[in-house]
Write a protein that binds this ligand. Sequence first.
Ligand code: SF4
Ligand code: MG
Length: 322
Amino acid sequence: KNICIEVKNLKKYFLIKKGFFEKKIQCVKAVDDVSFYIKKGETLGLVGESGCGKSTTGRTLIRLYEPTGGEIIFDGVEIGKMPEKEIHPFRKKMQMIFQDPYASLNTRMTVGDIIGEALDIHKIAGGKERIEIIHDLLAKVGLNPDHAIRYPHEFSGGQRQRIGIARALAVKPEFIICDEPISALDVSIQAQVVNMLGDLQKELGLTYLFIAHDLSMVRYISDRVGVMYLGKLVEIADRDEIFKNPAHPYTKALLSAIPIPDPEILKTRQSILLEGDVPSPINPPLGCRFCSRCKYAMKKCSEVEPEMKNLGKGHTAACHLL
Ligand code: SF4
Ligand code: MG
């Protein structure tokens, strides 16, 4: 089959204590019944405002977090309930690139050791071969072999992200979660990093989940795009379909907030302002979670949760208007 990873009804709930003196435990439904798949070699963009559960979805997908429920099928194998010991061989096939490359790099280690650490953990190479692989990886991400003996603070933000990418590539992964990899970078550097990720994907046959808070950032790299709101996947479709025919009011609002230089899309697009903040995932609204901010909200919306509806050609969205 050509599916790299698939999740069915994925849930990740966190239990938190309400206040210091109170004993009450509250449940944060960070990811609540989310299903999607990513084909081999493709990029699924995942967007939504901060706190919508996209990072938690990514981390749960590769078992950095224990799922509360649902299935995770990687390369045809169910890994959602697999015990830690059996997960190990899957770990190197699934890597992560983080938003803040500086915070995610050990500042006391040389660049060579940061990249080499992954080779050591998975016992991939030692000695001269290890050094060759490190130099090779540095070249792949546009850095020099002599950068291996330097430290992260000697590099710019964009270069640090390249180091983070080299580290992720060291173990020859199949699937990489890119968690807002360009959000912290200068605008002038963002396109470079996105293009490099695209080139590496083609060269190495990688599959990406590319997480971003706005649609403009996933536009060029994604084959398909999913939109999350308050722990729910509210819409998913091919990239062009999402931009031309968004079905969910929340997707429309996200789209109207970004500048698009395509007159054909501009013509059909009304500007929709997103007002108010995202409600707390501790007590999400009953019915549709977007209800409190949706200008189309009807009585039914606050009572009945909308289900994902199939709109054809792999386009699905959850809204009572459809
Ligand atoms: Fe808006 Fe209702 Fe659709 Fe939710 S279900 S997005 S509240 S119209
Ligand atoms: Mg995040």
